[in-house]
Design a protein around this ligand. Structure first.
Ligand code: ZN
Length: 228
């Protein structure tokens, strides 16, 4: 059994109820949805699952010196410290719409992940955190941004025996303090669409008070009908 929660009105559907909802094409001008992008359910409040889901995304750059040895070499060769390596980071927090926590810890609908990358190679990152509510997810997203901007992360290396090369590994570490001065290394990260809530947008889209009231009533009736 799975539970799906509308990101607009908050109604929770069982799997059977969820697949019985009206559907629309994922991509409006898709000539063959069965072959290509498929369909997505639409809640009675008008929320389109997957398409209208809430998310926060922050993108920017953090820095990393490779090793002390690297710096020493640079000082011997060029008489100065080497330039920090730029690592591009994406912090993504989203409404999963699907309850992942049902069996164990209670409701879990939100998730944050970090995606670091660099020129000339990847950066491994296992970071993933899940939350029951939007407020929690949103607050943690800002906290992750703060940790990255203030250098509270660690870049280490792992030997990949198969490809015979070192792989960069990213770890969050609140205790981590840089040896190198922070002013030079402060990350620069920007948050896009910080609070796009579908319900709010829908309410604004409705012109009259009557329409808004009607939508509210519809949501209440549905909640009652589903016995929740
Ligand atoms: Zn809804």
């Amino acid at each position: 059994m799975s539970e799906w929660k509308c990101g607009g009105c908050g109604v929770v559907y069982s799997f059977e109820e969820f697949i019985a909802l009206n559907k629309i094409q994922m991509v409006a001008d898709d000539p063959d949805p069965i072959k290509n992008y498929g369909y997505t359910p639409v809640c009675v409040c008008g929320y389109r699952f997957h398409l209208d889901k809430w998310f926060m995304k922050s993108t920017g750059t953090i820095f990393h010196y490779v090793t002390v040895f690297h710096n020493l070499l640079n000082i011997c060769s060029f008489g100065k410290l080497c330039k920090p390596h730029e690592i591009r980071v994406d912090i993504s927090t989203a409404d999963l719409e699907l309850n992942l926590g049902m069996l164990s810890k209670g409701d879990i609908y939100y998730e944050s992940m970090i995606f670091p990358s660099r020129r000339g190679g990847g950066v491994e990152c296992q970071y993933q955190e899940r939350y029951p509510g939007k407020e929690w997810a949103s607050a943690d997203h800002q906290h992750l941004r703060y940790l990255l901007e203030t250098g509270k992360y660690l870049i280490s290396y792992r030997w990949d025996g198969y490809d015979r090369k070192f792989v960069w590994v990213f770890d969050l570490s609140e205790e981590h303090n840089r040896i190198i001065s922070k002013s030079e290394l402060e990350g620069d990260i920007v948050t896009e669409s910080p609070e796009p809530t579908f319900a709010h947008q829908q309410m604004l889209r409705k012109d009259s008070k009557e329409e808004r009231e009607e939508m509210k009533k519809g949501i209440e009736e549905l909640t009652k009908a589903l016995g929740r």
